[in-house]
Design a binder for this molecule. Structure first.
Ligand code: PLP
Length: 328
């Protein structure tokens, strides 16, 4: 399905009502822009925004090929393969770890979109920002424009600034329930990996409070990264954003029964699919904050559903194992 703008959906939930706030979700998980008259076939969530200006730059530099880095379930690799193909680039994915056959769904999709999968050891993968290693890759793929892991660089952040336009577009073009002054929404909440997405949103929404829920443990270094992105963009010191480090559930891609149980209930209640790596932890954290009375009554919150549902296909089994046995 093609949607030129991501929809904003109101959530009706007693936890939200009891907290005296309103909550809308920006559904980037449904957003599929048209590129060269065609859509991806699968939404790319925030990864489309992170790639947009990187691809423009690649085109301007005359590159024929795009090269980037990711794990075997990477949303970024998946998006790069699809967006690259639609924009007429060949793509190379530097994939962490050994090849495992049959390919998982993520890598099969990438391969079907024409991506060349280049596997490297975990040790080699750790060199992904080392200039010598990048120079070596450039020699191996002379036509390639190299994009960092996750599409996280200043051009990626610049693209993520446009996420805020989608909130505004939806407000301007949809009849919102009038119990909330959505025009004056106060808070945006978003999950964070590298926090490039948060950096873009915070730079574009200077009069909003922007909260990030890091999905990695020990991610205190992210504050400096966001500052550095803002410096590079020329919007230093907005001071309108904050990372809340309490909801990573043990670390990247770590799951707890509590998290999986929350996700099941959330999906049943709202019929909005979420996954346990990013959006699940963001909503889990948000609900904890709501229950704790973190938000001023009357706050109008917009949560960014960043997508990532392609990765859910490989998580179902692990999630089912963590659910309490219901009917036996
Ligand atoms: C990559 C990703 C994120 C994290 O984005 P950052 O810019 O690295 O913080 C969040 N949600 C989903 C679904 C992602 O794929």
């Amino acid at each position: 399905m093609y949607t030129s703008f991501a929809p904003l959906q109101k959530l009706d939930d007693p936890i939200v009502t009891d907290a005296g706030v309103t909550l809308h979700v920006l559904r980037l998980d449904l957003y599929q822009p048209l590129l060269s008259g065609r859509s991806f076939g699968q939404p790319c969530g925030n990864k489309y925004f992170k790639l947009k200006y990187n691809l423009q730059q690649a085109k301007a530099s005359g590159a024929q090929q795009l090269l980037s880095f990711g794990g075997a379930y990477s949303n970024h690799i998946h998006a790069l393969a699809m967006v690259g193909q639609l924009q007429g680039f060949r793509t190379v994915g530097i994939i962490r770890g050994e090849q495992i056959l049959p390919l998982n769904e993520t890598l099969q999709d990438a391969s079907d979109s024409g991506m060349l999968l280049h596997y490297v050891s975990r040790g080699q993968y750790r060199q992904k920002t080392n200039p010598d290693y990048l120079a070596q890759l450039q020699r191996e793929y002379p036509d390639a424009y190299i994009i960092p892991e996750g599409g996280s660089n200043v051009l990626g952040v610049k693209g993520c600034m446009e996420i805020v336009d989608h909130i505004q577009h939806s407000i301007d073009n949809t009849l919102m329930a009038n119990d909330c002054n959505i025009e004056a929404y106060s808070t945006i909440i978003v999950p964070c990996g590298t926090a490039a997405t948060l950096a873009g949103i915070a730079a574009a929404a200077k009069n909003k409070q922007v909260l990030g829920i890091p999905v990695l443990k020990n991610a205190a270094y992210l504050d400096a990264e966001v500052e550095a992105y803002h410096q590079a963009l020329g919007v230093p010191g907005c001071g309108n954003w904050q990372l809340i480090h309490d909801y990573h559930c043990g670390g990247y891609a770590k799951l707890s029964s509590e998290l999986v149980d929350f996700i099941e209930r959330f999906q049943q209640r709202h019929a909005i699919p979420i996954e346990p790596i990013y959006s699940g932890k963001m909503f889990y954290g948000l609900y904890q904050l709501l229950t704790k009375g973190y938000f001023d009554p009357g706050s109008c919150i917009v949560a960014i559903h960043t997508g990532g549902l392609q990765g859910l296909r490989s998580m179902q089994h692990k999630m089912a194992q963590l659910l309490p046995l219901s009917d036996c």
